[in-house]
Design a protein. Structure first.
Length: 392
């Protein structure tokens, strides 16, 4: 896997790059549709390719581990062959899902014991078996196992959590280097920078990642850490969990000031179109969020002119295209037709809205990339960001 920064913005930290993986190129900045259980809800892969123009999608280790299970995925030859998606895949480690199982999980140094939300069966995730599981899934980009502490955690808990995440990262890297890919192509590992909203903890977490990269690049192998060829990029986790947006942006700046500029940076689970543009300006390359599909299923559409609630009566006799500048499905169908489908509780309504929103998010980051290349990203961002948040 390689990453090349092709253009940088003179007036901000925004950059346009290319990640090369075994399953194809990813032009950054990029938005990654969330395919939790091996599928993006309500959207066929042909639509993801042709309408949405997705370059990479996500899978989730926790959910895929429980269903369909590792035996099926291994027999299928990995997730790419199982679901027929032939472009890059990134897998979340399952840490966020496990730690959200309040009351049915137990955290200790070894890992996290939890009960399945499906049948109540007991399991344990450790840094080692999470690496093994992601080897079986076969994602191009694997995430380290971390604890995602609650956003309102006090300093004492946030620091304790970060130290555990750092020790787990060392074990993840060691296990990654002790194992091999199962399906004939390379995989890479992204650590996750945690630290809640505490500047010094975020700095410490980012420096720890840089320290590991430094040991890698200098060719030093520590038997304790097992640093080898594992780490390629880095993720920023634990944001957009209730803190003010200004604090989120500050934490991004704090972390990106330390993380190396020649590695891709992934902001996990963020967010609105405005959040994405602000984070791009601060040097983030990769994004994912369930918002486009979740909000779409609830009749909310994102556009450059603002958000539209398609259940509102004002769209009842609006026969203009959903978005004349959008994907094919936007140009074919009218606002009135989509309003009718939602009122009739037709499943096609949720499908059309999900495709539209995902296509808009991909269009947004593609436009951002074009303006970075053109050298006027900041001016363009300022011209569109206020309108993005308006209600139509």
């Amino acid at each position: 896997m390689t990453f090349e920064v092709e253009h940088t913005d003179a007036n901000s930290d925004a950059r346009a790059g290319v990640i090369q993986t075994a399953h194809g190129k990813i032009q950054t900045p990029i938005f990654m549709p969330v395919g939790t259980v091996g599928s993006v809800k309500g959207v066929h892969f042909s639509e993801l390719r042709e309408q949405v123009k997705a370059q990479i999608i996500l899978g989730n280790t926790y959910h895929l581990y429980l269903r369909p299970g590792l035996d099926i995925l291994r027999k299928a030859g990995g997730l790419h062959k199982f679901n027929t998606w032939d472009r890059p895949i990134l897998t979340d480690s399952g840490g966020f899902q496990v730690f959200s199982l309040t009351g049915i999980r137990k955290l200790r140094e070894e890992g996290c014991e939890f009960q399945s939300h499906i049948d109540g069966s007991r399991h344990i995730f450790t840094p080692e078996n999470v690496m093994d599981t992601q080897r079986v899934i076969g994602a191009d980009i694997m995430m380290a196992f971390d604890e995602c502490p609650p956003g309102q955690s006090d300093y004492q808990y946030a620091e304790k959590s970060l130290r555990l995440t750092q020790r787990w990262l060392e074990r993840c890297v060691k296990r990654f280097n002790e194992t091999e890919p199962l399906y004939g192509y390379n995989q890479t590992l992204f650590p996750i920078v945690q630290g809640c909203t505490y500047k010094d903890l975020r700095q410490d977490a980012a420096k720890h990642v840089c320290d590991m990269l430094g040991r890698l690049e200098s060719g030093v192998r520590s038997q304790e850490s097992g640093v080898g060829s594992a780490i390629f990029g880095a993720a920023i986790g634990g944001l957009a969990v209730g803190e003010p947006t200004e604090v989120m942006y500050e934490m991004i700046e704090v972390v990106n000031e330390i993380l190396p500029k020649d590695r891709p940076r992934y902001l996990m689970g963020v967010g609105t179109p405005q959040n994405i543009l602000e984070a791009i300006e601060r040097g983030v390359d990769m994004f994912d969020c369930v918002m486009p599909t979740r909000n779409g299923r609830n009749a909310m559409l994102f556009t450059y002119e603002g958000t539209m609630n398609m259940r509102n009566k004002k769209w009842e006799d609006d026969f203009s295209p959903i978005d004349p500048e959008g994907c094919e499905i936007d140009r074919i169908h009218s606002k009135a037709y989509l309003h009718h489908l939602f009122k009739a509780q037709e499943l096609l309504a949720m499908q059309i809205a999900s495709i539209h929103n995902l296509a808009f998010y991909l269009r947004l980051v593609t436009d951002a990339r074009q303006h970075i290349v053109a050298g006027d990203f900041v001016q363009w961002k300022r011209s569109v960001i206020e309108q993005l948040g308006k209600r139509r």
